[in-house]
Design a protein around this ligand. Structure first.
Ligand code: HEM
Length: 366
């Protein structure tokens, strides 16, 4: 499929699945959890794969871990991580903003949040790389191996905390009780952490690439945002958050999610059989000219309400505040360090998936 803006509200992908691409239809399906279930995987997915009351209960239990006050408390640590990483690139040498900056930043930020040891960094970086590779190859064996390795890493961390509780989010998960007073099983905690990790490690690293590539290509906007980055919060912080959201809207690396029809129905006049899986294409919906006009225009205020980078409806991203703060703090550190310039003609996109920036080489000019 091309990355063109949608002209038809639906498409068929290579596997024959119905892909919903227009903004209004994507929003309609995302807001119809009774008609379109999130139960699309064989694996336990908390909260992603749950529907109805079970989903509501899981969100009520888990969302507080990602609440604003938690993120505020984490911010000084995020700032220290960002400053330390960006300092490595002060001398003007060229670096890859995805692999050398985004991936490392997201692993360190997540480890700071969850209380995971710094020594896990390399293991987690390798795990993210292999997870991506397995998703691309889509073979059972590769998926099973990657899942087993994640289970092993997390089981060890849970075991350590059962033996010696710490003041960290991972210990809190071990000690958490649901509304019936029951502790979560290891399988449930691992599922929660897999979904948090999927959001944090995969998405944030890719978002860093998108933001850096955009800033390096838009010198004037970069200068305006750099001036903002030095101003007093909270107004400047909010403007920067909106700017980052808008940059991600136009080049959304969190491409799609799936739903399963719960009965015979139709989308944009196309029949959908009960049990059929449909794809919500956030990326194309975020570039729908019927809503955003020129999809590449930069208009954070006007476009904010319709922006779908973090989804919409009951399953909208609970990690939005954390992700936005991670991205803002890193962007502030970069803009404060000097001028970001492209080192090469363009960002490189994935061969099998040209929607996604896989590498962008830049320099910081002091
Ligand atoms: C820039 C980074 C991120 C982007 C673009 C992003 C995007 C999204 C989107 C579009 C959804 C909706 C999925 C759907 O409707 O099926 C979602 C759900 C979710 N996100 Fe994020 N996310 C990001 C970061 C994070 C972080 C940092 C976390 C947690 C640490 C997180 C945890 C989750 C979870 C658990 C869900 C499932 C919610 C549910 O099904 O109720 N995400 N995310």
């Amino acid at each position: 499929m091309s990355s063109q803006s949608p002209s038809s509200p639906i498409l068929r992908d290579a596997s024959g699945a119905l892909v919903i691409v227009s903004h209004d239809q994507v929003v309609a399906v995302a807001h119809d959890p009774a008609g379109f279930s999130n139960n699309v995987s064989r694996h336990l997915q908390i909260p992603n794969g749950l529907d109805g009351p079970a989903h509501t209960a899981a969100r009520r239990l888990l969302d507080p871990f990602l609440a604003g006050e938690r993120v505020n408390a984490l911010e000084p640590k995020l700032a220290a991580i960002a400053e330390e990483l960006v300092a490595e690139f002060h001398d003007g040498h060229s670096f890859d903003a995805v692999a050398e900056l985004g991936a490392r930043y997201s692993v360190r930020a997540q480890s700071a949040w969850l209380g995971w040891p710094a020594e896990l960094e390399q293991t987690l970086l390798e795990w993210v790389r292999d997870h991506r590779q397995a998703a691309r190859e889509s073979t059972q064996g590769a998926h099973a191996d990657v899942a087993r390795r994640f289970d092993e890493i997390v089981s060890q961390l849970l075991q350590e905390r059962r033996e010696r509780p710490r003041h960290d989010v991972t210990t809190e998960l071990v000690e958490l009780r649901d509304e019936d007073g029951m502790a979560l099983s290891d399988e449930q905690i691992i599922s929660v952490l897999r979904n948090w990790t999927g959001g944090d490690l995969n998405s944030v690293a890719l978002c860093v690439g998108v933001v850096v590539a955009w800033l390096a290509r838009h010198r004037e906007h970069q200068a305006q945002l750099a001036a903002l980055a030095g101003k007093d919060p909270p107004e400047a912080a909010q403007l920067l958050d909106h700017a980052i959201d808008e940059i991600l809207r136009a080049d959304d690396p969190f491409v799609s999610n799936r739903r399963r029809a719960t009965n015979d129905t139709s989308v944009a006049g196309c029949p959908v059989a009960s049990g059929e899986v449909v794809v919500l294409d956030w990326r194309r919906a975020n570039r729908d000219p019927a809503v955003f006009g020129d999809p590449d225009s930069f208009d954070p205020q006007t476009h904010a309400a319709a922006n779908l980078v973090y989804g919409t409806g009951a399953h909208a991203c609970p990690g939005r505040t954390l992700a936005t703060r991670e991205l803002r703090v890193l962007t502030q550190a970069l803009l404060g360090a000097g001028r970001l310039v492209m080192d090469g003609p363009a960002a490189l996109r994935r061969e099998h998936d040209p929607d996604i920036i896989r590498s962008v080489r830049v320099r910081i000019e002091g």
